[in-house]
Design a binder for this molecule. Structure first.
Ligand code: FES
Length: 137
């Protein structure tokens, strides 16, 4: 079962912008591409680059580290068909953006939602917490 968690107000993510949301131990990159919202794991399957800091062209996010490309809609790599970045379902309700997690993932949500992983090696000024992790859609 999927649990949707409210992560951002839509007004805080204008067209062309992305935000990185820390939910439990997971960093999720949320994009507004042409007024459509996408959420993917903020971790490039190549060497872990922060995809939320990548630029988007034609619905494809380009990893800032070595420029591998992933389709926002499917998570598929344009370089290697066997590689894929994890995607999350997104819903909009009352001008808020919700990201869906499956049950296994929701077990890790909650208490440590604000803690940055110690292993984080890059600086992201925009890491955010979900608006209210307890509130479900
Ligand atoms: S880490 Fe993303 S392309 Fe290398």
């Amino acid at each position: 079962m999927i649990k949707f968690i409210k992560v951002l107000k839509a007004e805080d993510l204008p067209i062309g912008k992305s935000a990185i949301i820390l939910v439990g131990g997971l960093e999720i990159a949320v994009f507004n591409y042409k007024n459509e919202y996408f959420a993917i794991l903020n971790k490039c399957p190549h060497k872990g680059g922060p995809l939320g800091e990548g630029r988007v062209q034609e619905g494809i996010v380009i990893c800032p580290n070595h420029e591998w490309r992933f389709e926002l809609k499917t998570g598929n790599s344009m370089q290697n068909p066997e590689m894929k970045v994890k995607i999350f379902p997104v819903r909009i309700k009352d001008e808020k953006i919700y990201v869906g997690f499956d049950q296994n993932q929701t077990k890790i949500l909650g208490k440590e939602a604000s803690a940055l992983p110690a292993s984080l090696k890059f600086k992201i000024p925009t890491i955010l917490k979900p608006i209210n992790p307890e509130e479900e859609l």
